[in-house]
Design a protein around this ligand. Structure first.
Ligand code: ATP
Ligand code: MG
Length: 394
């Protein structure tokens, strides 16, 4: 087979080299807390690249390390090991605490769950505070700029009110206006909607979306799975380690512990354009998840005429029909014509073992298998008229 095995462990965009597009670049970040009870490693070697203009959510169980991870990005805490580069600057190497604090004031907007507005100051004064701290903009210019920020979040009418006189949703909007005061390229938010009702939460997410559209990078920790569908990318942290994003996208029904298992055992394979990955009637020994590129699912008729019946994209999977229904492929699957395809593979026995332990995933995958088999039969009977055999997942 003309494949190239690139590594034992899976690699992904998470491990990409630092590029000019990268806003956040973390390499091998470890955080260990030491106290009287001993040592506790909360981040176990995190590699993460987030590009400019991305709107990224970070989810994970309570205690999995989400806030600790954000604190590494904001420079509020420092890693025990590893490197953190934000906007091209290595924020922990040869940088003093006070330099970092100054850098933070000018480059980062931070939003917390409990707003942390100054209760004795009006919303306008709250928004002006970071400009004072960072000593940015002329003194006379600051109220006007603060007002612009309040307009951006729709609070101009409340500028002279104290925080207690506006709703909690509006307090959070004011906190976002404050975070934007010094026009930072990066906005970091820890559970920004955790204390809000659904409607206010949606307003906040609308605002983040708009900011990302305008080129800001937004990174948000959340507990709310309904919000992750609104972000351009979702990162799952489990027990201080990041789950491979392709695994999470392909099999969202899996428990985090199983996603992590697949993250660790998945192998990356690259197939050059047009090479066969699975041939019809051949034995299938792997479950495949597409990481980059496209594959084509091809049927051949008796005269060996081929029809591309489906194209699968990153985050989609194949091979499962054969693994769950007994061994042989019902179609040819090959790398798309436009370029190489990078897939993550899980060996048959590992896939089956995890499926056996995960009835919900088995059920969901089983439904897709059934749809594909039905569609395949229909294709056969319709002499391969093009149609979508494989359901597209988002
Ligand atoms: N300063 C500290 N000293 C010791 N342990 C800490 C410290 N900060 C965090 N931890 C521990 O690290 C683990 C991860 O904490 P972290 O706050 O990052 O979790 P989280 O994912 O943000 O959880 P939550 O969803 O509850 O906010 C927890 O077990 C926590 O008790
Ligand atoms: Mg937290």
């Amino acid at each position: 087979m003309s494949t190239r095995r690139t590594s034992r462990k899976s690699t992904s965009a998470q491990h990409a080299m630092s590029t000019p597009d990268a806003m956040i670049d973390m390499h091998g970040v470890v955080k260990t807390f030491r106290n009287a009870a001993g040592e506790f490693t909360v981040l176990k070697g995190v590699d993460l690249t987030i590009n400019r203009g991305e709107f990224v959510s970070i989810v994970g169980k309570s205690g999995s390390g989400k806030s600790t991870l954000l604190n590494m990005i904001t420079g509020i805490d420092h890693p025990t090991d590893g490197r953190v580069v934000i906007g091209g600057m290595d924020i922990y190497t040869n940088v003093t605490e006070s330099q970092r604090s100054k850098w933070r004031g000018r480059n980062l907007g931070i939003v917390f769950q409990f707003f942390q507005l100054m209760p004795m100051l009006t919303l306008l004064e709250n928004v002006m505070l970071p400009m004072d701290y960072a000593e940015l903009y002329d003194f006379d210019e600051r109220p006007k700029r603060a007002m612009e920020m309040l307009e951006l979040v729709g609070l101009e009418k409340f500028a002279n009110k104290l925080p207690i006189l506006v709703s909690t949703g509006q307090q959070q909007l004011a906190a976002i206006a404050r975070a934007l005061a010094c026009e930072p390229p990066l906005l970091v938010a820890d559970e920004p909607t955790g204390n809000l009702d659904t409607r206010s939460a949606n307003t906040i997410i609308d605002l983040f979306e708009e900011l990302a559209r305008r080129g800001k990078t937004v990174v948000m920790v959340t507990h709310d799975p309904s919000l992750t569908s609104r972000t351009t990318r979702n990162i799952i942290i489990a027990d201080g380690e990041l789950i491979n994003e392709t695994v999470a996208k392909a099999l969202p029904w899996l428990r985090h512990r199983h996603m992590m298992e697949f993250t660790k055992i998945a192998e990356t394979q690259i197939y050059p354009a047009k090479t066969t990955i699975i041939s019809r009637d051949g034995h299938v020994e792997n479950f495949f998840m597409i990481h980059k590129g496209e594959v084509e699912v091809v049927l051949l008729d008796r005269r060996k005429q081929e029809t591309v019946i489906s194209r699968l994209k990153p985050g989609e999977f194949f091979g499962e029909i054969e693994l769950l229904r007994g061994g042989r492929s019902i179609a040819n699957v090959r790398a798309g014509a436009d370029g190489p395809v990078e897939v993550l593979t899980i060996r048959r026995e590992d896939f089956k073992r995890v499926m056996d332990q995960s009835p919900i995933t088995m059920d969901a995958v089983g439904k897709i298998v059934q749809e594909r088999l039905d569609a395949h039969r229909a294709a056969d009977s319709r002499k391969f008229r093009p149609f979508s055999l494989f359901r597209r997942r988002q």
